[in-house]
Design a protein around this ligand. Structure first.
Ligand code: ZN
Length: 258
């Protein structure tokens, strides 16, 4: 069995009917799916979908793109949420310096810190989104004063081997998706192959990042296609598909208590 630890199929414009998505996922042995919120409204949609379907789970959070407007709204909303077997994490949260019109680093730091504190308060794992911002990200983590460890995953990881290893040193999981199947960047490929198996998670980030060989052949990515990511990594590491699926499923269960 496989677990898609990160997708956005709850979004209102996701073009495939949910029953079809679930049927495809089951055929591909993808038995659990985590829907990840990016703002308050979107987190609500993730919660609703998780409530309706057995194998679907929700994570709530505000993506750094919304850092300049959503903090108070989110903290109020979070007070109304009951964290339970279906509402399992805080995320996706983090830092993103990719787009020039993003909220300022200071606004992003504040939002990130408050949400990490919320996760610590509820003993929840965190789904981190960090893009072109790892130096500042480690500093923000170091600035948090807590006796509890910050547990989580660095989602859609594409950064350097050094930052991957720093993530491992801090006890994080590293999650990879379709990018690992179609990148031509040699260093990135090397990095993907050197993630320790006991720290590796799989995701689709659907509707984006359809993996090879389906890329360009299907209209949109689906949780079922996490199987293609697993197959690709199994070939590139010369490790059996069973070993990859067993390890990544155990890791996801361990982090998210699925
Ligand atoms: Zn995402």
């Amino acid at each position: 069995m496989l677990i898609d630890t990160h997708c956005h199929i709850h979004e209102s414009d996701y073009p495939v009917d949910i029953d079809v998505v679930i049927e495809h996922a089951q055929k591909a042995m993808v038995k659990k799916i985590i829907c990840v919120g990016t703002n308050v409204e979107d987190s609500c949609l993730a919660l609703e979908l998780a409530k309706k379907h057995d194998g679907i789970f929700a994570s709530i959070g505000v993506h750094p793109h919304y850092a300049n407007k959503s903090l108070d709204e989110f903290l109020d909303f979070a007070k109304t949420v009951e964290f339970n077997k279906k509402t399992i994490a805080i995320g996706e949260i983090g830092l993103d310096y990719h787009y020039p019109d993003s909220p300022s680093p200071e606004e992003q730091f504040l939002l990130l810190k408050q949400q990490i504190e919320l996760a610590l308060e509820h003993n929840l794992p965190i789904i981190f989104h960090v893009r072109e911002a790892y130096d500042d990200f480690w500093k923000v983590l170091d600035s948090i004063k807590s006796d509890k460890p910050i547990r989580g995953v660095l989602h859609s990881f594409t950064d350097s081997i050094e930052n991957m290893q720093e993530g491992i040193r801090r006890g994080f999981y590293i999650s990879i998706n379709g990018i690992s199947t179609f990148t031509h960047d040699k260093l990135q490929k090397q990095m993907y192959n050197s993630i320790p198996l006991d720290r590796l998670l799989l995701e689709t980030d659907a509707p984006w990042l359809t993996p090879y060989p389906l890329r360009g052949k299907v209209k949109v990515n689906e949780p079922a296609f996490v199987k293609e990511v697993a197959e690709y990594i199994s070939k590139s590491r010369d490790v059996s598909f069973e070993e990859i699926s067993k390890a990544t499923t155990a890791n996801a269960r361990n982090l998210f208590k699925l």
